[in-house]
Design a protein around this ligand. Structure first.
Ligand code: AMP
Ligand code: MG
Length: 494
């Protein structure tokens, strides 16, 4: 039989199973992304595509890019904008996906369920005054920082691609527009529960809780009080997450309740940034005037957000309100202990301490105080601790530090572990490279202003193995900024 010369291309690999779209329409509005004029693929995550079971080649072809731009729907998609509310800087607001569309849930080859969401995909019923679009710079920024977080081993949403839209967006000036494909365990937020609790019925809250338990915390269903167990499990993951941020100097910047994921992933990379000089009061976000979301305030804010979460679940905790409030209070109090335990464990690992001793917390606090007094670089100081000598780091010339170092050394000696082993372990917990603001801004400027994506790709390459010592040529990525290119403020870019 002669071969037909019209061959059907291999499938792109989409395998949707849309459980969120099967919930009542109270939770979302069905609508498709608004097409863009001239999609152009700016950056693409091959490894993530493969993990999702998608064909990287097909996805980068014209047909694939049309999908990533929102111009064509992939097979099996059931596009929708999710409804949610949230406390923004402490004030309750009704929100929802104002510039994002959930295409559906991709089932990966290993059986994981991942939300595929387009961000910057046009107006929705939740857009309020917004244009539903996103600028290229901030979308590339989310791509870089989220992928850096992933490489650091921190739970996070991920970025599959950024497509320039070929359309300008109006911010303070006209900027190139873009669409980001965000991949998440889910987009369930504390704010989703606030929406259900304050705009819906107790039955709708229960439905959302049951859905979240099935999707993220199936073990809670077996507990005596499944909803309380669910709440405590979310709290546990948040305590662990915030500690992981603190250990690498990450400042989220907008920890509103709508930006806190039920899954425990870091979500919504707006004005977030990594701290260079250690100062617990550090704030980068231009809109955070009172330091609500400052570096050292993040645990407190997480607990505040969890209290808002608990409020939405009260009717599920117990029949009587008093009993429910009691249970919520007791549970919430457990946050501090969990947070403290994770923090101590993480800090011990950074200092090479394999066991726990009474004075450890004090030892750690002392080091941080010295670092703060000297304005030491957070990342490099921890990294350099495992080195013989670090002539570049002023910390090591300081008398108070040197006496601290001796006490730390004595503490290490008590473990009786070979030095090489301690150092290797410390290196595995103290990153050499983080996405330093000045490096990120420089790479974004090249991409957005000069259409040169190479500096960004190079930066991503170095950030992919943050715990490995960079090559001689890449040591520059470890350098803190000169005073002249220090970044003091970051912007939401919405
Ligand atoms: P964020 O500060 O990114 O967490 O966003 C807060 C809310 O504003 C969410 O409901 C977003 O969907 C919405 N939003 C942000 N930017 C835009 C935009 N350009 N157009 C419409 N809605 C937006
Ligand atoms: Mg948000």
């Amino acid at each position: 039989m002669p071969l037909d010369n019209t061959t059907t291309p291999p499938p792109m690999g989409w395998k949707f199973d849309n459980s969120y779209a099967a919930l009542p329409e109270f939770f979302y509005r069905r609508l498709a992304p608004v097409p863009v004029r001239a999609p152009k693929l700016m950056i693409f995550n091959r490894a993530l595509a493969a993990e999702l079971g998608l064909d990287p080649e097909r996805l980068q072809s014209g047909e694939g890019v049309s999908i990533l731009a929102g111009n064509v729907l992939p097979t099996g998609a059931q596009p929708l904008a999710q409804a949610y509310a949230g406390h923004q800087f402490g004030h309750f607001t009704t929100l929802g996906d104002g510039r994002a569309i959930l295409l559906g849930e991709q089932i990966t080859p290993t059986g994981k369920r991942r939300d595929i969401q387009l961000k910057g995909s046009g107006r929705t019923p939740f857009s309020r005054q917004g244009d539903g679009r996103a600028a290229l710079g901030p979308m590339l920024r989310e791509y870089v920082i989220s992928e850096a977080m992933y490489a650091l081993g921190i739970p996070t949403t991920r970025s599959l691609a950024v497509v320039a839209s070929g359309e300008p967006v109006r911010r303070e000036t006209l900027l190139p527009g873009a669409v980001l494909t965000r991949v998440a365990a889910s987009h369930l937020r504390v704010g989703t529960f606030e929406y259900a609790a304050w705009q819906g019925t107790p039955e709708q809250v229960r439905m959302l809780a049951d859905y979240s338990i099935r999707r993220h915390y199936p073990e809670a269903a077996q507990q005596e009080n499944p909803y309380l167990a669910f709440f405590e499990a979310v709290m546990e993951r948040q305590a662990a997450l915030i500690v992981q941020w603190l250990l690498v100097g990450f400042i989220h910047g907008v920890m509103n309740t709508d930006n806190m994921a039920i899954s425990g992933e870091t979500i919504d990379y707006g004005p977030c940034a990594f701290m260079d000089i250690y100062n617990p009061a550090t704030v980068f976000s231009s809109i955070d005037q009172h330091g609500r979301y400052a570096f050292a305030n993040q645990a407190h804010i997480a607990q505040w957000n969890l209290a808002r979460f608990a409020e939405t679940l009260l009717p599920l905790f117990a029949d009587g309100q008093e009993k429910a409030i009691d249970l919520a209070h007791t549970a919430l109090k457990g946050f501090e202990d969990r947070f403290q335990a994770y923090w101590l464990k993480g800090m011990r690992a950074k200092l090479g301490l394999a066991d726990a001793q009474e004075g450890d917390a004090g030892l750690i606090e002392e080091l941080l105080k010295i670092m703060q007094r000297l304005g030491a670089d957070y990342t490099n100081s921890f990294r350099d601790l495992a080195r013989e000598a670090s002539p570049d780091n002023a910390l090591f010339q300081d008398g108070e530090f040197q006496s601290w170092q001796q006490r730390w050394q004595t503490r290490l000696d008590q473990q009786g572990k070979p030095l090489a082993e301690v150092r290797a372990s410390m290196d595995a917990h103290n990153p050499a490279v983080i996405p330093r603001n000045h490096r990120v801004e420089e790479a974004l400027a090249a991409a957005a202003e000069e259409e040169d994506i190479k500096p960004l790709e190079k930066l991503l390459g170095v950030l992919a193995t943050p715990y490995a010592e960079p090559t001689e040529a890449d040591q520059a990525y470890r350098q803190p900024p000169e005073p002249s290119n220090r970044v003091y403020q970051t912007f939401c870019g919405t």
